[in-house]
Ligand binder design. Structure first.
Ligand code: SF4
Length: 74
């Protein structure tokens, strides 16, 4: 029996170039700062139904600024 991983998200604002791809992919998880355009993380613990969109954000981020960790619960 496989465990469903719980995705947690972290962003590196120092690497972010403000392209906004992550906001397009998963607007419920990411936003952009009104002042500098850099990523804002709205949901470090997105719901499972957002996992595919979060992965798409990671794949389309040109700066590699989004990182995922998965934990498997008991
Ligand atoms: S896709 Fe990456 S570089 Fe673009 S705003 Fe989001 S975190 Fe920043």
């Amino acid at each position: 029996m496989s465990q469903v991983g719980v995705v947690r998200v972290a962003v590196d604002r120092g690497s972010c170039c403000g392209s906004g791809n992550c906001v397009v992919a998963a607007p419920e998880v990411f936003d952009q700062d009104d002042t500098d355009g850099l990523v804002l993380l709205l949901r470090p613990d997105p719901p499972p139904e957002a996992a595919d969109r979060v992965r798409r954000a990671v794949e389309t981020c040109p700066a590699g600024a989004i990182h995922l960790t998965s934990t498997t619960g008991p």
